[in-house]
Design a protein around this ligand. Structure first.
Ligand code: RB5
Length: 143
């Protein structure tokens, strides 16, 4: 399982904590930046992650900005990307089960570390139901 992670400055601290946490569990998160707290533009990191996922360099991506909103909007501009803001545990389950999200997003200034870890674990331990949901996600990419 290959997992990539990226953030802007608003998500930098949470990104670093997640990299360390999963590192202690021998789960490597590929870090696409940003690499310090200098102010950057979230669309650049949403786009970088979207291209990384579309190039099949990771199974899914984790994006973080201040709220998770801007960076998920940025990623969702790319056809084939399904970026979901995991605002609670049920959303974490459904984002995989019904939407087969390939990017999950979090707010570094709005969410607690423990909540984010639990939602990532729920997402990873849930399967896509396919069936009627398959054609729905295909419709997302129609012209
Ligand atoms: C940056 O200050 C902030 O606007 C950004 O991290 C994010 O919250 C945008 O949606």
């Amino acid at each position: 399982m290959k997992i990539a992670i990226a953030s802007d400055h608003g998500g930098f601290e949470l990104k670093e904590k997640l990299i360390n946490h999963y590192g202690t569990l021998n789960i490597k998160l590929d870090d696409l930046g940003t690499y310090n707290t200098d102010s950057v533009d979230y669309p650049d990191f949403g786009a970088k992650m979207a291209k990384h996922i579309l190039a099949q360099k990771a199974d899914f991506g984790i994006l973080i900005c201040g709220t998770g909103i801007g960076i998920s909007i940025a990623a969702n501009r790319f056809k084939g990307i399904r970026a979901a803001l995991l605002y609670d545990d049920f959303a974490a389950e459904m984002a995989k089960k019904h939407n087969n999200a390939n990017i999950i997003a979090f707010g570094g200034r709005t969410m607690a570390f423990d909540d984010v870890v639990r939602r990532i674990d729920i997402f990873m331990n849930t399967s896509f139901e396919a069936g009627r949901h398959q054609k729905r996600i295909e419709k997302l990419d129609m012209e």
